[in-house]
Design a protein around this ligand. Structure first.
Ligand code: SF4
Length: 390
């Protein structure tokens, strides 16, 4: 791994996709694997009105003069941005609209499933996509998730009139929650008319939390996923990524850019980003997670970096494989050869022989079969390059 000084000292090329991290939540949920903290912490470090927006402005200034004039997508999340106090989100949105040409941009903000504190930001017309974290409509499920954000039917019925492009995030395979909960969640989510649905199997990484949950049913994941595939297909949604379904034309442009390995600018505490330095080397970085240290760095005119890694052929090829296999188009064989100088089918011939039932080869692409989609992690593990090419 290169030192941050070596990489961040180089001139950069900023991409037209912006992720703005706001890892401050109104109550922290037990199942969540992202870095996050609460609104008290926000007040501790950004107590004076406008201080957070000013810090974001300063971080963007560090990228000058390479910032593009126009952004394709903006994604604000990693917490509850609409719950930030003192109209902070509205200030941020106004700043971004002043600084960039966002007329054609997809501008997504994450939201809880109820009327937010910053209703003015929601009604400002400065957002055109809302990603609402529902997780489940089941009170028992929410209690297992230790999640106090109860879906509010009034909000969910009326929010589509304010922001046309509404997406909902839900979970399946919650231990102790059977198929009837998934069917009920499906029916209720569809009744609110979202354009897009992200539906992930619950992944538990904390042993402490796992111990407090009912025993998992090893067959639940596959059965519940089958219910979703059938139900969402019948309702006119198509799956375009392992866990994402949309009505035609309403796929997430921001997430697509990520799955297509396009670079994106990460701003704010705990934000990941990927860009290209002045010597043409791609690099990935993680911004300082601690909000106070992030603030101090940007207010002092320094890059707020916790990790910076220059990406070589091995990292880029691995990323290309595991991200493109998430999409329903699959891995573009010509593109793989163009980027990495060798044919995918030759390089991975033994693994592809073993994994034969997991793939469909079609139109110059390798995509996962239904079976392959069930074993995505195992398939990818078999296709990772672990040694640097000689
Ligand atoms: S799920 Fe959302 S609201 Fe809950 S802790 Fe994670 S980021 Fe915060």
């Amino acid at each position: 791994m290169d030192s941050p000084e070596k990489v961040t000292g180089a001139r950069r090329e900023a991409p037209p996709h912006l992720y703005l991290g706001t890892p401050f939540c109104r109550g922290v949920c037990a199942f969540c694997n992202f870095y996050k903290t609460d609104l008290r912490t926000y007040r501790r470090y950004f107590g004076e009105e406008g201080r957070f927006a000013d810090a974001v402005r300063r971080e963007l200034d560090l990228w000058m003069p390479e910032l593009p004039a126009r952004l394709s997508t903006v994604y604000i999340g990693g917490g509850s941005p609409l719950e930030l106090p003192d109209g902070s989100l509205l200030t941020l949105l106004r700043d971004l609209h002043r600084r960039f040409d966002l007329r054609e941009a997809e501008i997504t903000v994450e939201a809880n499933p109820s009327w937010p504190a910053d209703r003015a930001a929601l009604e400002s017309g400065l957002i055109n996509r809302l990603s609402i974290g529902v997780q489940t409509f089941s009170p028992a499920g929410l209690s297992l998730l230790h999640r106090d954000k109860i879906p509010d039917p009034d909000f969910l019925n009326r929010v589509g009139a304010l922001v046309e492009n509404v997406s909902m995030d839900l979970l399946y395979d919650i231990p102790g929650m059977g198929e009837s909960v998934v069917r009920d969640d499906l029916e209720r989510a569809l009744a609110y008319g979202p354009k897009h649905l992200s539906w992930y199997g619950l992944e538990i990484t904390s042993e402490n939390y796992r111990r407090r949950l009912p025993a998992p049913d090893p067959a639940a994941w596959e059965k519940q996923r089958g219910i979703l595939e059938a139900g969402l297909g019948a309702a006119g949604f198509h799956r375009y990524e392992l866990s994402n379904w949309a009505r035609e034309g309403w796929e997430s442009r921001h997430n697509r850019a990520y799955w297509e390995c396009k670079p994106y600018l990460g701003i704010g505490p705990a934000a990941w980003g990927q860009a290209v330095d002045g010597e043409g080397h791609p690099f990935r970085y993680l911004n300082t997670r601690h909000p106070g240290f992030w603030r101090d760095a940007v207010e002092g005119g320094k890059w707020p970096r916790e990790e910076t890694e220059r990406l070589g052929t091995r990292e880029l090829a691995n990323e290309f494989v595991f991200l493109s296999l998430r999409t329903t188009e699959g891995l573009d064989l010509g593109e793989y050869e163009r980027r990495f100088g060798e044919a995918f089918e030759v390089k991975f011939a033994p693994a592809l022989g073993r994994l034969n039932p997991c793939f469909i080869k079609e139109n110059g692409h390798f995509r996962l079969s239904e079976r392959g989609a069930l074993y995505y992690n195992t398939v990818c593990a078999d296709l990772m390059i672990v040694e640097e090419p000689a």
